[in-house]
Write a protein that binds this ligand. Structure first.
Ligand SMILES: NC(=O)C1=CN([C@@H]2O[C@H](COP(=O)(O)OP(=O)(O)OC[C@H]3O[C@@H](n4cnc5c(N)ncnc54)[C@H](O)[C@@H]3O)[C@@H](O)[C@H]2O)C=CC1
Ligand SMILES: O=C(O)CCC(=O)C(=O)O
Length: 524
């Protein structure tokens, strides 16, 4: 049974996939109103009101996923979520059309003074000359940020006969051509546009993007629109440019602080505002709620999610192809970690054969998670494994090889520690399973599963008998046993799989046997 906390107002109809799932319990309450302990929840669903801070994440000890029913995740501390191994997903396109339409409604309202005229008529005035506007036809619209919403705004602007200029440093030429726009520099856009609308996320680079310096480069009489995030247009600078008359008016759906309270910008007659309504349509709310509910359900059922902020995204097809290697890699990491009980500096992974052609990032993360899990007290999984490895000074890297030495696929892992280097190689055989085919320089063949016992010894008659006797005397049943050696009479190994975990006292007894050099129990 999974428990999901829905802490903002999210369309009930959209939540249906979760509400109808048998193994899921949905609690619809604000975080602050939850009386029980917060660590009982596996998933948290929010819009923008709930602030998913590090403090909250620390309290939600069993949290696995945060779903944002919308695009912007600036109310979620994604770095902290990554640190705690919590997946963050959003609903990236469910509210695109609504927000583009709202932006366009704001542009039209702004240049035709609709809100001011509305208030005036409601006040029993009839002042037609006070509200003379401008046509959109033939005007230059500057769009900063040409992603989902920016490009939908462009389509609508063209339908109105506007000339569209776009600035987006990450926009490829191919995409620009496909949509039929000509990218320009920010300076070009600022100098030519009659109306400028921003559609970027709020980042270090975009915070204050339209500040004093860039606003000074705009045309006198420019109109500004922000239906993205408060702070992209510097609010203080905007107030100054409005006061001077350089900016003719602004339409704001978002503010640096929401609600804005008694904000100086609200005092300007030529500033029109809405309370973050871009995505507030029945359709958008249904779309984003459904998207996020379906994704959370998939995730809790162990299936891949497609809109994760802090995990590489995988399609179902790709996931199905990598799943076997993903499991194999995790087991290899677990085995290697327990073998190398010492500080580790580097982990090198080589993918050979068919696996080398797949999306290996996820497989590597799985291997790292398997490796780090026995060493790290906090949650470690595919989300935070790479970050934890880096934090602990472990360098890791992938290599690819066409030489899989007779196997259709293989993953080779070398761990460089302070005292020794350990190499293990595994392969996945369809309908047979995962096999370790090289272990610490020995050719062998065993399944990396269950309670394993590794013994390295001199290749002499009677070694197997001595091991069998000690285990038998302690009522430990051997399920399987594989042996390998480098040369007759030289170093040899045994890998046993046992029916139950081994006591440390038995490990000690085995270590005392003459010619046994290494004994390690490994739990997979
Ligand atoms: N008012 C509302 O209710 C809503 C607001 N939003 C906000 O709208 C914004 C855009 O959303 P989407 O179009 O879905 O996002 P998107 O990710 O599809 O597009 C963002 C675009 O901004 C560009 N960009 C990033 N840094 C830039 C920079 N320094 N200069 C210029 N361009 C830059 C990116 O390359 C990308 O193309 C986000 O901030 C989102 O949070 C989204 C939905 C509803
Ligand atoms: O949940 C909302 O209405 C806000 C939507 C939004 O700003 C977003 O999706 O980025």
């Amino acid at each position: 049974m999974f428990r999901i906390l829905v802490s903002d107002s999210i369309s009930e109809e959209g939540l249906a996939p979760l509400l109808n799932a048998e193994h899921i319990e949905v609690v619809q309450k604000k975080v602050a109103e939850v009386e029980e302990s917060l660590d009982q929840f596996d998933a948290l669903l929010v819009r923008s009101a709930t602030k998913v801070t590090e403090e909250l994440l620390a309290k939600m000890k069993n949290l696995k996923i945060v779903g944002r029913a919308g695009v912007g995740v600036d109310n979620i501390d994604v770095d902290a979520a990554t640190k705690y191994g919590v997946v963050v997903i959003n609903a990236p396109n469910g509210n695109t059309i609504s927000t583009a339409e709202h932006t366009f409604a704001m542009i039209a309202a702004l240049v035709r003074h609709i809100p001011q005229a509305h208030v005036s008529v409601k006040s029993r005035e009839w002042n037609r000359s006070a509200f003379v506007g401008s046509e959109l036809y033939g005007k230059h619209l500057g769009i900063i940020g040409f992603g989902r919403i920016g490009s939908e705004v462009a389509k609508r602007a063209r339908a109105f006969g506007m000339k569209v200029h776009v600035y987006d440093p990450f926009l490829t030429k191919a995409r620009a051509e496909k949509i039929g726009v000509e990218p320009c520099t920010l300076d070009e856009l600022l100098s030519v546009s009659d109306i400028i609308t921003v559609h970027t996320p709020l980042t270090k680079e975009t915070k204050g993007l339209l500040g004093p310096k860039n606003l000074a480069k705009t045309k006198k009489g420019v109109y500004l629109v922000n239906c993205a995030r408060g702070g992209i247009i510097d609010e203080q600078a905007l107030a100054e440019f409005l006061k001077s008359g350089h900016v003719a008016g602004a339409a704001l759906d978002v503010f640096e602080q929401e609600p804005p309270g008694d904000h100086p910008l609200l005092a300007f007659d030529n500033v029109i505002v809405t309370p973050h309504l871009g995505a507030s349509t029945i359709e958008a709310q249904l779309n984003v709620a459904t998207q996020v509910a379906e994704e959370v359900l998939k995730f809790l059922e162990g299936k891949p999610v497609t809109s994760s902020i802090n995990l590489p995204t995988l399609s179902k097809e790709v996931y199905e192809k990598i799943q076997s290697f993903y499991n194999l890699a995790k087991k290899m990491g677990t085995v290697a970690s327990q073998y190398m009980v010492e500080p580790v500096q580097e982990i090198a992974i080589t993918y050979s054969g068919t696996v080398a052609d797949l999306e290996t990032t996820f497989i590597t993360r799985s291997l790292l998670a398997g490796f780090l899990k026995p060493r790290v007290a906090s949650t470690v999984n595919e989300v935070n494994a790479a970050m934890i490895a880096k934090e602990r000074g472990i360098i890791f890297g992938e290599k690819f090889s066409t030489n899989s030495e007779g196997y259709a696929n293989s993953i080779s892992l070398t761990v460089y520690g302070e005292k020794q280097t350990f190499t293990i190689k595994g392969t996945h055989i369809p309908n047979y399973g995962d096999r370790i085919v090289h272990f610490n320089g020995f050719a062998i063949d065993f399944a990396p599963e269950g309670h394993l016992l590794y013994i390295q010894h001199q290749d002499k008659p009677g070694m197997i008998g001595q091991v069998g006797k000690i285990l038998g005397d302690h009522q430990v049943n051997i399920a399987t046993m594989q042996v390998g050696r480098q040369a007759a009479g030289g170093k040899a190994i045994m890998m046993l799989s046992l029916d139950k975990p081994l006591d440390d006292s038995i490990v000690e007894k085995l270590s005392e046997v003459a010619d046994i050099e290494v004994v390690k129990k490994i739990e997979v």
